[in-house]
Unconditional design. Structure first.
Length: 196
């Protein structure tokens, strides 16, 4: 996939952008770039699929609630570097994330020296509306199914029902039109399908 347009549009919005053909190349780049610091990781199938936690933990202090328990959410919020993915990325440059607890979306907005979004080609959509549609109707139902939730989207597996279920995982929506003031954000684009 050619990332030229989305790269140009992201850079015009103030994001740093790096592109890789494979997840292995992207993981090696991040492993070299992030060294000797505290690292927070948001819930991310992309990070899990890349084996990035294990690589980074060999030479960084890494906090990820998926491997280190719920108390890691607080430590991740105070880390120097934060790593996550996105539920949708518009070719026009908007980065879209939906969250349940809010820790992941909050961490992308404030408090870290640098934030990395690792985004596979499957998350890319031509427009903002299509990227938002993807986040709500593809990523969210798949994540609800993965988590064993009893929401309409998880049970039917076809789309968002904008439900009021107590098990709903879609409680916060954040759109980045650019990095927050004073923040450094790098988008790591990977020409492979990664995550949900």
């Amino acid at each position: 996939m050619a990332f030229e347009n989305v790269k140009k549009n992201l850079e015009a919005r103030g994001f740093a952008v790096s592109t890789f053909s494979t997840a292995a190349e992207a993981a090696a780049y991040l492993d070299r770039s992030i060294d000797g610091v505290s690292v927070g990781i948001g819930g991310s199938m992309t990070v899990r699929e890349m084996g990035l936690h294990e690589k980074l933990a060999a030479h960084n202090e890494v906090h990820w609630h998926w491997t280190d328990g719920e108390e890691a959410r607080v430590k991740a919020a105070h880390a120097a570097v934060y790593i996550t993915s996105a539920n949708g990325l518009a070719e026009t440059g908007e980065v879209i994330n939906i969250d349940g607890a809010g820790n992941r979306v909050a961490a992308t907005l404030y408090g870290h020296r640098k934030v990395y979004f690792i985004i596979g080609k499957n998350k890319l959509a031509p427009t903002y509306d299509e990227a938002l549609w993807r986040a709500r109707n593809i990523a969210a139902p798949k994540n609800a199914q993965r988590m064993g939730k009893k929401t309409p989207c998880a049970v039917k597996g076809d789309r968002c029902y904008d439900c009021r279920s107590p098990e709903r995982i879609c409680r916060s929506l954040v759109v980045l039109w650019g990095p927050s003031v004073g923040g450094e954000v790098e988008i790591v684009l990977v020409d492979e399908d990664l995550g949900l």
